[in-house]
Ligand binder design. Structure first.
Ligand SMILES: [Zn+2]
Length: 385
């Protein structure tokens, strides 16, 4: 291989290029860092020394001095909303919306943030106005979801149904289960104004949308029972056997009463005993226990509780068993003390609980009062420590 003198220069040449490039980069970095306001570094310092309030004030100063720091404005606005300082969040986002120099996508983003501020502040009308403006463009799905949230809060069920349908058309996950509840709410309103036909129509719609709509079957049964049609009511309530057996405790008492009115209480008791075989449930048992104790006496109720306790070792069933023991003939002091203790423990630890947010309640709700999830609360109480 032939060697030429000029090749000796190649290495120093590339070395010089690298050195130059490095110098340019360093100069650029120094220049940029000089253009950042000192408040920014002060803010960073406060953040690092875990003084978030002072950091926020420093960053606010940066935002005031340099209106071009859009991302900083958005970050501060979102932070204020998260911290519940809604007036500050609204001010920041409103300022962005009012600015004439923003690009369309930035203005829409600011508008969307402002809508969320109003929603969190409970200013539902103003939030609704904003989310309606965002019905076209990139924020359409989120805007519709927030509109749905607002209509549910306002109990405007017709509007909620319309928005849910639009969401589905735009490819959102199925809203059928929730929409069937909106129809049930409309049916309840119709029942309050004694408009039986409208109530039945809404419940029919609820079932057409979601054939597993247990609540619609329950309300159809209630309508029939109110009209004196106990056999019809039983048919509707028994439909829940095919829909979701977990919800049988919700209608068990109604079923027993309807059978009793028809003079067929024994059939009702056998039916609930059959349910217990399929759906071991202390709440379901408690309803059966009360009916048996009332109509057949404490001895049979006690035997039933003792038998159930073997399959379902629950504090609530034990409570029923001890109640039968203390109410029956074998009433001694020790059993009464034990019953008192167990009963107090049951009242302390048994409650319904939302599987979505953990909210605890003494009574059953179709919609969680805390997180607004429909059917978030299972219809069986838990025995938690
Ligand atoms: Zn919840």
């Amino acid at each position: 291989m032939e060697f030429e003198t000029w090749q000796l220069l190649v290495l120093p040449f590339f070395f010089a290029l690298g050195w130059l490039a490095a110098r340019i980069d360093i100069r650029q970095v120094v220049k940029e860092s000089r253009s950042i306001p000192t408040s920014y570094f002060r803010g960073l310092n406060y953040l690092l020394s875990e003084q978030p309030d002072r950091a926020i004030e420093a960053f606010l100063e940066v935002a005031r001095l340099d209106p071009d720091t859009l991302e900083l404005h958005f970050a501060l606005g979102a932070l204020f909303r998260r911290r519940g300082e809604l007036d500050r969040a609204i001010r920041i986002h409103q300022n962005l919306v009012d600015r004439s120099d923003l690009k369309q996508d930035q203005r829409l983003k600011a508008l969307y943030e402002l809508g969320q501020d109003f929603l969190k502040a409970g200013l539902l009308d103003r939030a609704e106005d904003i989310f309606k403006k965002l019905e076209t463009g990139v924020h359409v799905l989120d805007a519709l979801r927030h509109q749905l949230e607002i209509y549910v809060l306002e109990k405007d069920w017709e509007a909620a149904i319309a928005v849910a349908q639009r969401l589905e058309k735009l490819g959102s996950p199925s809203q059928h289960a929730d929409t069937s509840h909106y129809h049930c709410e409309l049916a309840l309103n119709a029942m309050l104004r004694k408009d039986v036909d409208a109530a039945r129509a809404h419940l029919g719609e609820a079932l057409a949308i979601n054939r597993k709509a247990v609540r619609a079957s329950q309300l159809l049964g209630d309508l029939a029972a109110q009209a004196g049609d106990d056999a019809g009511a039983i048919e509707h309530w028994r439909h829940i056997e095919q829909q979701n057996t977990a919800y049988l405790p919700v209608v068990a008492e109604r079923l027993l009463k309807a059978y009793q009115r028809l003079g067929r209480l024994d059939d009702g008791i056998e039916l609930i005993k059959g349910y217990l075989g399929r759906q071991p449930s202390a709440d379901l048992f408690h309803i059966l226990f009360n009916t048996v104790a009332e109509h057949r006496g404490w001895a049979e109720a006690e035997a039933l509780a003792a038998e159930t306790l073997k399959q379902l070792p629950s504090l609530r069933v034990l409570d029923d068993y001890l109640q039968a023991r203390t109410s029956g003939t074998g009433n001694d002091l020790e059993i009464r003390m034990a019953q008192d203790l167990v009963h107090r423990q049951v009242s302390r630890v048994a409650y319904y609980q939302c599987g979505h947010c953990g909210f605890k309640a003494r009574q059953f709700f179709w919609q969680c009062p805390a997180c607004a999830t429909w059917e978030g609360i299972p219809p069986e109480r838990k025995e938690n420590e």
